[in-house]
Every structure is written in C-alpha cells, then in structure tokens.
Ligand binder design. Structure first.
Ligand code: ADP
Ligand code: MG
Ligand code: MG
Length: 902
C-alpha cells in the first residue's frame, strides 16, 4: 500500500523501542510495556501502533499509508522471534489486541485475547500444549466471545447466557468443570450467535481478525461512553488511542498456570505490603470479572514459590524505578511468570498522603516531590466527615460520588417536604430522579442529595458542590417514584420517612443510618491530635507535608471571618490574618431597629442618634476580633449590601400595613417604613445603591465604622495587644470615590489614634471591572488592594451567581462552555486578566502596594496557583479552606520550579 518513494512515517514501535515517557504517542499501556521490556522484565514480545495512526484513521476513515506494511514487518519480526506464525495450523502464534490511551478510559474497547485461533489452529494449539484439548477450546471460545462483543458489537449477554446453559447442562457453577467436548459445543453455540448478529461467519483468517480488531480499537475512541467520559474528565478529544499487539501467554494451561493483579502497597490506606488477587487456571479478565473466587496473592507463595519470589522482586524493582505505588497485571504459564501491565496506581486521598510520606522515608523522593504528589482536593476530601470504617452496612446501590462527605437522614422526595422536615430539625436526604432549579430550596434544606440519573456535571452535582453538600448522582439501580413517595432498589422499597445514608466520595448508598465520624485531619488541624505522639500514619504524613508547604510558599494565607469564633478557628487552621471581615451581620438581630432608625431618619439629629447607638456595639465587635487575631492583620470591609436588605421584605410589610389599617390601628410608623422600602426597591440590587455608594450617600455611616475600628484598635493596644486594622472600601470603581472616603477616614483615624502607636491602613476592594482597569489611578489612594473575585466574576461575566448557578450552569458545563464554574475556579482568561492588569498597574503606580484576594477563589487549588503566578501577597478564604490554600500555595512554588522560600 505504501508508495515506495516516500519514507513512511513511523506508526509502529516494538516494545524495545519505547519508554514510559512516550504515553502521548504509545498510550499508557504501551509506554509502560516498553519500559518494563527495557528494564529486562519478562514481558511477552509485542509492538504498539501509535496514537498518531489512530488519529489519522479517525480523520480519514482508513488506515494511513504505510501502516499496513509496518504492521506486517513487525508481525514478521515477532513471528521470527517466537518461532511461530500467526494462526499457523500446527503451532500458532496467538496475540492479544489491547487498547491503551494516554489516560485510561472506560468506554473504550478493551481487549481481544487469543487472536489467531480458528478451526484449524485450535487443533495445533492443543497439540503444542501436550494434547490439552480443553485449554485450546477454552481459548477459542474466549476469542469468539471477546471478538464478537468488542469488535462486532454482539450483545455480551448472549455469550454469557450460552455459557450458563453449558454449565447448567453439566450441573455445575464452575467453568473448570466444562471439559473439552463441552467447550467445543460452546464454540459452536458462540459461532451461531456471531452469525445471527453479524450476518457473517466468524472470520477464520488470522490476519483479518487482527486487522478488524485493530480497527475496532481505533473506532472505540469515539464510542459514546468514551466521548462522554472525556468530556466529563476534560480529556482532549483528539488524543486518540494506541493499540498494543502482544504475544499471548496462557494462564489457563492448568493448575500450574494462572493470572493475577497486584498493588505494590495498599491503594486504600497506603500501608506497605502486598495487595493482590490470584486465580489459578484462568485467563485475563477472569480475575476481575469475579467468575470464580480469587485467592489473596500471598497464597501464591504456597502454590508456586519461585514465581512468587520473582514477582515480589519485580514489584520492588518497579516501585524503585517509578518511585511510586504501581499496579500490575501478570500471568503465570506453567510456572513461568509474565508481566502484562504496570502503571502508577490510583489511590485514595488518604493513601496519597501516606505513600508520599513513606517514599520520602524510603529515600525514593524528596519532600518537594511529596508535595507535588498530593493536592488540595485530596486534602479537602480528608477534611469531610466520613462513615465509620468498620461499619457493617452493605451498599444497596452505587452512583457517582458527585460532592464529597457522608450524610444520613430521612428520605424525602420533594423540595417542599425537605424544607418542612428540615425546619423541624430533622436531617433529610432529598431523593430525585434528577434535580432542576425548582429543587433549590429542598437542596439547601437537605443534608444530602441522591439522584438516580445524571453525572458529575448534572444539575444536582454542580449545585451540591457549590453548596458544599454531600451528593450522590446517577445511582441508576434506584427506581424513583416521586408521586408514590418511594424508591425501589435491589428488590427493596424505601418509603418517605425511611432513613438512608449516602457517601458523596465513593457514591455508595446504604439503607439505614451509618455512623458518621469526624475527620482526624480536622482534629489534627484543630490541635486535638498531636502528630508526634499518635500512631496515625495519615495525620503524621499530613503534618509533615503541610510543614514543608508552609516552608515553601510565598503566598500568605488569611481567612474570611466575621466573628471572633471563626477567627479563632481559622487561626488554629493556620490563618495568618483576616483578609475579609464583613460587617453587615453586625447590623442584624436586635440591632435591626437601630438600622431602621438610621435609614428612616429625616433629620440629622435622628440619624446621629442612631449612629451614636451603633458605635459602641461595633467597637465591641471589632475588639473581639482584634483580640483573637492579636498581632495579625485584620481587613475590615465597610458595610457593603444594599440597605433594603436590613429592612423587612416589601410584600410582607405591605400586607401588615393593609391588615393594620383594616383594623383601624395607628400605622403611621409602618407606613413610613413601607414608603422607605418602596423608595429603596431596586431592580438589580447587586448593581444598585451598595458598597462605597452607600458611604457617600448616607452621612456618617462609614465614619461611624471607621471610628469604631480605630477605637477598638487603640483599646486593644492599651490592653497590651497588637491590632493591625486595614480598612477596606467596597465596590470602588473610580479613584474619586476612594479619595472622598479616605479624606474623611484619615481625619477620624488621626484623631482617635493619637500617639497610641496604632497604624491603620486604608485600601479598597477591586471587584468592579472599571476598578481593575483604572488600578493605576486607584493605587494612588489605596495602601492595599483586595480582589473581590466573586463580584468581579459576576460583573465581568455579567451574570449574578444566585440567578444563574441553578438556572443554566449545568448546561454550560455539559456543553463545555465552562470547564468548571467560574465561581468555583478563577476564569484565568477573562476575570483573571482583570486581576493581572490591576496587580501590574497598581504596583507600577505604588511599589509595595499590598495585594490580596478575598473571593471564594482564595480556597480553590487552581486559583491559588494563579494568584501565586500573578504575584499577590496573600489569599484569603473560609476557615475550613485555609489548610487547602496553604498546601496549594506551597505546591505552586514547587510546580513553578522555584525554590522560592519565605
Ligand atoms: P484492561 O485495560 O481492561 O485491563 P488489558 O489490555 O490489560 O485490558 O487486558 C485484559 C486482560 O487480558 C488483562 O487481565 C490482561 O492481563 C490480559 N491480557 C492481555 N494481553 C494478554 C496476553 N498477551 N497474554 C495473556 N493475557 C493477556
Ligand atoms: Mg489491564
Ligand atoms: Mg463584593
């Protein structure tokens, strides 16, 4: 096929030609088979067809020029090496055809074993195996089954069914009881199934089998499930898959043969030791398919000591080579060990920390590398409560772990019922087929959410993650019947009012109340578990890696806290100050009445009286916070939300007034209030009279707050403490706004502070796009900037979070318009660019300008890396996220290749 004069592009690599770093080209499986080959490990010879060949095939619908010839050449080399020919009737070479992309991907074609068998070579195979007819026919029926299912889309159940029938006829459940004749009969049955579904005979030409299998692997890249998976996992659609052609080795040759899988350490806990399963007299997938009971790998020592010892040696070698936990697949053919796969193994969050710590102890990696191997998402996972480890509940269904945590509660099927029961103090689990925006209130009220449909980007999943609520989505074994208020699962009926438990990390669903336990990692951060003195590998590893991250990071980590209690907690979690203390809650509760007076005041003296009454209350608020944050900076944001939020809702007020009037009561006061509320009503309150605009419109309001802050700081200093207040003006869009506030504030501060030594900084939030774009001007009047990335995202995109997250974000995520909600992780290209511009231009105008971020992005791993890159001084996040931010700030330094240390 290849034109002779063109030099062929290389599409096929022998295992000896590749290595582990060629995953992009050879796929993970192929790259690692090559790596093991070159390490001198016993890998059956074979070759890999590259992802480029797949890409070319998918682009044109046919094999690229040169591919067929290269496959032929490599096949011939393989035949020479093995001294056999593919499908030879006397002594056939058999191969497996295995898919393997850069990332392992469910939904793609798996593997066809025993390619090269046909009606003739099955006889030769038997003869070569010492007249082992049973083995030969078992191998042949497997080929037809796998080839039929994966290459020709014959429904797998049909083969399963025929196999079951054969066993039934024999009165057994064990496939090993089927003898050669039974298996020969099964091959006939399988061929009929094949013919029925494909309209053709099972292909007898070995080379045709091979080519069809290779093509099927290419095409499986675009199988629906694979496409869906890639979209969800953000795997690029154009990578393509490689195809591995591997000489068959046989684990089904008798009791001295077998196949197994193993991990070099426990992928669940990270504990050292041998974890694996072995199945004698079996081929390939039998181990994981659960057709027979496997034995623990340790048993192999008794069955075949020399293979066992060799395997352990290889596992140690692989760990040392990959410097990480590896998982492997192997087969033993008549006492000879073969390695069929290895890769760096997946692990739980806990195991990730424990293993990283162990590998440092073992001298395989350094602490920088350990830091690189864990991440904030894993740490966050470890900070959720979870179900007790030794509970004896069996899951009744398994969905997608859509939002982590562990929750149990009473089953409800409607949002309204969820709200009702939650109001009575009950913990509820909202169960729906899928959720939609109407379920929002129920989702807020529920402890957890369980749906029978939808993936990681379904409405339920997206909204639950946004709320930090436990959610299992897509538990499709569950049949939800909302009108009947029940669901059925595994033959059982669960009615409204019954209790279920869901694990948002594993996706498992249990009937009944599974006991929940607090996170040890949180206990450690809170100081109630001392890592030096307890025998807890996880806590020790977390401690060690966190300490290293703290030593590495350049970003400081502050917290968003509005109360002394939050501040104290965050400080235990490692916060180095408060980046955002909101003051609005200080105007609620029994202070509402004062605020009403302030808002309704018609004369200056009424207003001043209200402010005078608020001043000491505010001062006390700040004193408490300064005390808890003694010695650390505290950024206080002047009041931000629209005033009507402090007044009763319009409708309710209107009804009250109408009713009172009806009764002939004196409603002068209520009427005034109603008029004020009407006056203040805004169509778009988020874009209305709020933030600095309030301060400029309501005389004395900001002044009162500034005075309270300064007085609290002075009183703190008088009591021997150190208060470092930073006054932050919200929603500034023009330097003139800030200058006006600043002029007034400076006067008050000078007057209050006197010679107390207290220093008060004045700065602004950068949360309006115009502020970011005029940062050079604004910096002239600001000693610090704090990026309010929530508002900056809202105003940058032009949508309000409350309105859009439930309404259409799921759709945007599904369509890939967002990779992730821009409220969850900073939109680097747009909103992030505003941050970058403001940081650069602000610093240019005022070197030494302090820069921080106080939006929720401050606790998001990827965003923390971005803020590190942009050169901010600190991130500020909710107390619970402080450890995540510390870890990621350290990782950001390691990953940018810096040895940047404070
Ligand atoms: P998956 O990625 O689904 O594990 P694999 O390609 O690894 O698919 O193959 C499935 C099973 O077949 C595995 O147990 C593997 O070890 C086994 N297998 C693959 N190739 C061979 C071979 N050449 N000889 C024997 N067993 C094989
Ligand atoms: Mg495998
Ligand atoms: Mg804001």
């Amino acid at each position: 096929m290849a034109a002779q004069e063109t030099v062929d592009h290389k599409y096929v690599y022998d295992f000896s030609e590749g290595n582990k770093d060629l995953k992009e080209l050879l796929g993970g499986k192929g790259a690692n088979l090559a790596e093991m080959t070159n390490l001198g490990l016993p890998v059956p010879p074979g070759f890999t067809i590259t992802t480029e060949a797949c890409q070319a095939y998918l682009a044109t619908g046919q094999e690229p020029d040169g591919l067929a010839g290269q496959i032929e050449a490599h096949l011939e080399a393989l035949e020479r090496a093995m001294g056999k020919r593919l499908g030879d009737p006397q002594d056939p070479l058999l191969v497996s055809v295995r898919s393997g992309a850069k990332f392992s991907m469910p939904g793609m074609m798996e593997t066809v074993l025993n390619v090269g068998l046909n009606d003739q070579s099955v006889v030769g195979l038997s003869a070569q195996a010492g007249q082992n007819d049973r083995f030969a026919w078992d191998s042949y029926r497997r080929l037809i089954q796998m080839f039929g299912k994966t290459v020709c889309e014959v429904p797998g159940e049909e083969f399963e069914h025929a196999l079951d029938e054969a066993k039934n006829a024999k009165g057994t459940h064990n496939d090993l009881d089927l003898d050669a004749d039974d298996l020969r009969g099964l091959v006939d049955a399988y061929k009929k199934i094949f013919l029925k579904h494909t309209g053709r005979e099972f292909p007898q030409q070995p080379r045709e089998q091979l080519d069809l299998a290779i093509r099927a692997v290419f095409e499986s890249w675009n199988a629906e499930r694979a496409v869906l998976y890639r979209r969800q996992e953000r795997i690029p659609a154009d990578l393509g898959t490689a195809v591995n052609v591997v000489t068959m080795v046989f684990g089904n040759l008798g009791p001295d043969s077998g196949t197994g899988v193993a991990f070099t350490r426990d992928p669940g806990s990270g504990a050292q030791g041998i974890y694996g399963d072995y199945l004698a007299n079996a081929q390939g997938e039998d181990v994981v398919a659960g057709i027979r009971n496997t034995v623990p790998l340790q048993e192999l020592e008794r069955l075949d000591k020399s293979s066992y010892d060799e395997l352990l040696g290889i596992m140690a070698r692989l760990e040392e080579h990959y410097k990480d936990l590896c998982d492997i697949e192997f087969t033993i053919e008549r006492g000879k060990l073969w390695m069929l796969q290895t890769r760096v193994g997946k692990r739980t969050a806990a195991a990730a920390f424990v293993i990283a710590g162990q590998l440092v102890d073992e001298g395989l990696i350094d602490l920088d590398e350990a830091l690189h191997r864990v991440n904030g998402a894993q740490l966050a996972q470890l900070m959720f409560p979870r179900f007790q480890l030794d509970h004896e509940f069996q899951p009744v269904a398994k969905g997608i772990g859509a939002s982590p945590g562990a929750a149990s509660g009473t089953v409800v099927f409607t949002s309204a019922r969820a709200v009702e029961l939650a109001a009575e103090g009950e913990s509820v689990i909202l169960v729906r087929r899928e959720t939609n925006p109407d379920d929002l209130n129920g989702m807020i009220a529920a402890q957890g959410i369980l749906t029978s449909r939808g993936g990681k980007t379904s409405h339920a999943a997206v909204v639950a993650r946004g709320m930090g609520k436990t959610c299992v989505s897509g538990a499709d074994e569950i049949e939800v019947n909302v009108p009947a208020k029940r669901f059925t699962v595994a033959g059982r009926t669960v009615n409204e009012g019954d209790v279920v438990s869901i694990d948002g990390t594993t996706g498992k669903v249990y009937l009944g109340e599974v006991p929940v336990m607090p996170s040890e990692v949180v206990q450690y951060f809170e100081g109630s578990l001392d890592p030096e003195h307890i025998d807890n590998a996880l806590v020790r590893a977390v401690h060690r890696i966190m300490t290293h991250a703290d030593g590495k990071r350049r970003l400081a980590v502050r917290t968003n806290a509005d109360t002394g209690a939050d501040a104290a907690r965050a400080r235990r979690f490692g916060a180095e100050g408060i980046g955002l203390c909101r003051t609005e809650h200080m105007f609620l509760g029994d202070r509402r009445e004062l605020v009403e007076r302030l808002i309704l005041a018609r004369a200056a003296d009424e207003r001043e009286a209200a402010l005078d009454a608020l001043l000491p209350l505010q001062r006390a608020d700040f004193e408490e916070i300064f005390r808890e944050m003694d010695g650390l900076p505290v950024t206080v944001r002047l009041i931000d939300p629209p005033l009507h939020e402090f007044l009763p809702p319009l409708e309710q007020l209107a009804v009250n007034v109408a009713v009172a009037q009806e009764r002939g009561e004196d409603v002068a006061k209520e009427e005034a209030l109603l008029a004020a509320v009407r006056r203040m009503h805004e169509e778009n309150p988020m874009l209305g009279l709020r933030g600095v605009r309030l301060g400029l419109v309501i005389p004395g309001l900001f002044a009162m707050q500034v005075r309270a802050i300064a007085e609290a700081a002075v009183s703190c200093a008088r009591n021997g403490g150190v208060a470092k207040p930073e006054i932050m003006v919200p929603l500034v869009g023009a330097v003139q706004e800030l200058e006006t506030v600043r002029a007034e504030a400076e006067k008050i501060i000078a007057e209050v502070v006197g010679d107390s030594g207290v220093e008060v900084l004045i700065g602004t939030m950068i949360e309006v796009p115009r502020a970011a774009l005029t940062a050079g001007q604004i910096a002239e009047a600001a000693e610090f900037f704090s990026f309010g990335t929530n508002d900056l995202t809202q105003m940058g995109w032009g949508f309000s979070r409350d309105d859009v997250e439930g309404a259409f974000f799921w759709r945007y995520l599904e369509l890939g318009i967002f990779g992730i909600s821009p409220f969850e992780s900073i939109d680097r290209d747009g909103v992030g660019r505003l941050v970058r511009i403001a940081a650069e231009e602000g610093r240019a105008a005022r070197p030494g300008l302090k820069l921080g971020i106080c939006g929720e992005h401050g606790g998001d791993p990827d965003s923390v890396h971005f803020f590190h890159e942009v050169g901010l001084d600190y991130v500020s996040c909710s107390p619970f996220r402080v450890p995540v931010a510390r870890l990621e700030a350290g990782r950001a330094v390691v990953e940018s290749g810096g040895s940047d240390s404070r």
